[in-house]
Design a protein. Structure first.
Lengths: 311, 258, 281
């Protein structure tokens, strides 16, 4: 009996010791900076920061889906795919693509290469243009890229382009404006200083909800953020310039549409400073000035008429 | 032929009495079920990601079934000493080997029928459209590819002493070919001689299993492949399977089995 | 028996029932072994013959010399005989059987079964083999296993069912015929082995230590089965051959050897292998 009880007693003692040790260590662990368990995100807990490595893979996978599987690998010529086409077509990022997007495979190098091209996708198509069938009625098939964009956002919430590209296709082709706005707001929560997301959110309000006031506020906030983050750099990259041009051009056109010509002119001047086609912007400026002057003449006439009538 | 079919029947019985296939099938169903239940932006028409995940599971499971079933055939016969009463019958070693190949291949074929039926039902539930011809082509090419893998595993089981070594080497080789086989010629062209010639020679010698991987065509709803192309690919695969089987027969005939 | 026909033609003749004593022939099915009442001429036909059979196992390249397992073995087993093949461990018995069954090739000499070279698979059409260690496909039932082997022997379907019933009754496994072999005891597996050795009504039955690994009850049961076969006209151990270190030392009938050497078979065995008897106190 004694020999049967002793191992049991030792076991109980060990359990008590472990429990006490766990309780004592838990206080320290909760305050530990590297404690991933504080995060509610399962992927964050499981993978930590290594999950960001996979995020870009899924973003590129979404672009491969955009092309219905016809996509270059790391062994092919990727000059025409440096900027994912789904991002470029959405107008949310500046494009850097050069070269022939249809011919990245090159000529067949041998008979196996030539034969294999009959057994995988071998034609350049975009889902928003109907995919392999080319039927524009199927352009909503662009929905198929969404799961990979969602996963990419989960893995790397700080990749801005995932939110902006997704939002564009959600609202433009899938008609899901509410989902686009919700996704952008999620992105803004993770990246509160992101002018790209503010700009895109502004587009949602302007183009889909017809709420120009809200759009104006967002674009102005985006412009302020841009100026704060990028303007101080000696030579902002083309992507940064692209967003600046987009924000200022949208603000300018919005103000022009609403008849706020002086404000429109101010934004156009800003737009012109970083535009790739300053001459075209200059034409806009002249047109706005013409409108301003005709509005000014009209106002003067109206003012004169109203003063003439006064006793 | 009678002996070959008899042995094939025993292999098929073994496969459906072991739990491997059922476990893998249920795992595939569960994974696809979980992925299908995920809500992406309140859109229930998104289907291609599901097709890709399902097909990936099918390919992995079918390769596992093919390699593990085949790799243990001859070694377990020897280990369990069931080979001796079998070869004491009027049966040649070549018939035994061909029977094992046929059994494993047919067993994998039956497994593929189950898997692809599930895949078709899953895709049709969302797409409301069933491109039977494309699925049939994909399943047939997949089955031919498994024939090559089975023949390779059978040859490996006669060369390598341990089934685990054979299984590992087969998986590594098949994965290497599927992932990199298509690109070896591009890599070769970037190398200086003589490495270029060596790699290009290797590129021509290996069975190009990636030719049978037409998942992208199925996932993205491309039109069906031409039947001539399918036929040529199938012949290519069967030729490699035959070459591996002939090598296996030559090795087995010389092997002492006591 | 016609030994001049090439094996394929022999197979066709056997399958078409043109060789007496095989299934499909006019002779009644029987598990008497060999069949009772052969003609005097047929009784002298050799069913098993080796001529200067030698088997050498090569050294594995680590300095080990080649080992000659069987040295110039010449023996003949005729129809209507029960032949005991004796010897200590390592004598070459299993090696000889492996050559006869086609598992390994002889280094020199020849071996034939029913006049057909053992390297031809058709030579094994009329033999039954019970290995020393009996393992069969665990996922099959006894009935399925017998059906599989019967198919390899090309036994017609109608005849197949009847034979399966008969052998299962003979080895007393009717109750367990549908159960998978993995649920069988060692004794039951041994009896399944006996059943598969008898499924083709063989003319030559090779039993390699049929009672090894069995408990006394199991041994008794196997002996009962062999006794049943013997009761249909057999005697136990007409002739014996004793092997030692790959060489045939003595051969002859049991009674003849006992008379010649003035000792029992057991004492003769010990004398042949060079085991000196201990002086009794």
């Amino acid at each position: 009996m004694r020999s049967a009880r002793l191992p049991l007693l030792i076991l109980v003692a060990l359990l008590v010791f472990c429990f006490g040790l766990a309780a004592w260590l838990d206080l320290w662990f909760q305050s530990w900076r590297g404690n991933r368990a504080q995060s509610g995100d399962l992927l964050n807990v499981l993978m930590g920061d290594s999950r960001r490595l996979f995020a870009n893979h899924f973003f590129v996978k979404a672009d491969a889906y955009f092309h219905s599987g016809f996509y270059p690998t790391v062994f092919d010529n990727r000059e025409a795919f440096q900027t994912p086409h789904m991002a470029e077509d959405s107008g949310t990022v500046g494009g850097r693509n050069r070269g022939d997007e249809k011919g990245f495979l090159g000529r067949p190098r041998d008979w196996i290469d030539a034969f294999s091209r009959r057994l995988f996708p071998s034609r350049h198509t975009h889902l928003d243009e109907g995919g392999p069938s080319g039927d524009l009625g199927n352009s909503s098939q662009v929905r198929e890229i969404m799961p990979w964009l969602r996963i990419s956002a989960e893995l790397n919430p700080n990749d801005i382009r995932t939110y902006t590209v997704s939002a564009y296709w959600l609202r433009e082709r899938m008609g899901k404006v509410a989902e686009a706005e919700q996704f952008l707001r999620e992105g803004l929560r993770e990246n509160p200083d992101s002018y790209e997301i503010m700009y895109e959110l502004g587009r949602v309000y302007s183009e889909n909800k017809n709420d120009q006031a809200h759009a104006r506020n967002l674009w102005e906030a985006a412009l302020r953020q841009w100026q704060k983050q990028v303007a101080s750099l000696p030579d902002p990259e083309r992507a940064y310039k692209f967003l600046f041009v987009e924000i200022t051009s949208h603000l300018a056109l919005l103000e022009e549409k609403q008849g706020n010509y002086p404000q429109a002119l101010a934004y156009m001047e800003l737009w012109k400073t970083r535009s790739a086609s300053p001459d075209a912007v200059e034409k806009y400026i002249e047109e706005v000035r013409r409108k301003m002057s005709s509005v000014g003449q009209t106002q003067a006439v109206q003012a004169g008429q109203s003063s003439g009538k006064a006793p | 032929m009678n002996n070959i079919v008899a042995i094939a029947g025993v292999v098929i019985k073994e496969m459906y009495r072991r739990k491997d296939f059922y476990v893998l099938f249920i795992l595939t169903v569960l994974i696809c079920g979980v992925m299908a239940s995920v809500n992406f932006f309140n859109d229930d028409k998104i289907v291609r990601y599901l097709k890709e995940i399902c097909l990936l599971c099918i390919w992995i499971c079918s390769l596992v079934i093919a390699v593990t079933t085949t790799a243990r055939q001859i070694p377990s016969e020897r280990e369990n000493r069931t080979l001796f009463p079998l070869l004491a019958k009027p049966l040649t070693r070549t018939q035994l080997l061909l029977g094992k190949f046929l059994g494993c291949w047919l067993a994998c074929g039956l497994a593929l029928v189950c898997f692809y039926t599930f895949f078709g039902a899953l895709a049709a539930a969302r797409e409301h459209h069933w491109p039977l011809l494309s699925y049939l082509q994909a399943a047939t090419l997949h089955w031919v590819m498994l024939g090559v893998v089975i023949a390779l595993a059978l040859l490996g089981s006669l060369i390598f002493s341990a089934p685990s070594a054979n299984t590992t080497i087969c998986f590594v080789a098949v994965t290497f070919i599927l992932v990199l086989g298509r690109h070896l010629n591009k890599i070769a062209l970037q190398l200086p001689e003589p490495r270029r010639s060596v790699l290009y020679g290797f590129y021509y010698c290996i069975p190009h299993l990636e030719l049978f991987d037409v998942r992208d065509l199925i996932i993205h709803n491309w039109p069906p492949i031409g039947w001539t192309v399918c036929g040529v690919a199938a012949l290519y695969g069967l030729a490699y399977a035959a070459a591996f089987l002939i090598s296996a027969c030559l090795v087995f005939r010389r092997k002492a089995i006591n | 028996m016609d030994t001049l026909n090439p094996p394929k033609q022999m197979a066709e003749r056997i399958t078409n029932g043109q060789v007496p004593g095989t299934y499909g022939s006019d002779s009644p099915p029987s598990f008497a072994y060999p069949e009772a009442g052969p003609s005097p001429q047929a009784a002298l036909d050799p069913v098993l013959e080796t001529r200067s059979l030698s088997v050498t196992y090569r050294g594995r390249g680590t300095g080990q010399p080649d080992r000659q397992a069987v040295k110039a073995l010449t023996l003949v087993v005729r129809r209507s005989e029960v032949f005991g093949f004796l010897g200590p461990n390592g004598a070459g018995k299993t090696t000889t059987m492996n050559v006869l069954l086609g598992f390994i090739n002889a280094s020199s000499g020849s071996a034939s079964l029913f006049g057909t070279d053992v390297r031809e698979p058709i030579a094994r059409q009329r033999i039954g083999y019970l290995p020393e260690l009996t393992y069969y496909y665990k996922f099959l039932s006894a009935e399925e296993l017998l059906r599989f082997y019967a198919r390899i022997f090309k036994i017609p379907k109608v005849e197949r069912d009847r034979r399966i019933d008969a052998v299962l009754k003979l080895v007393d496994l009717q109750q367990a015929r549908k159960r998978q072999i993995k649920t069988y005891s060692k004794g039951m597996q041994q009896r399944v082995g006996l059943a598969q050795a008898l499924i083709n009504d063989p003319e030559l039955l090779i039993l390699d230590e049929p009672t090894s690994g069995l408990d006394p009850i199991g041994r008794m049961r196997v002996r009962e089965v062999i006794q049943r076969l013997k009761n249909e006209g057999k005697t136990v151990c007409d002739r014996v051959a004793i092997l030692h270190q790959g060489e045939l030392k003595v051969e002859g009938s049991v009674s003849e050897l006992a008379r010649q050497h003035q000792c029992s078979l057991e004492q003769l065995f010990l004398k042949v292998i060079g085991y000196a008897a201990q002086p009794s106190n």
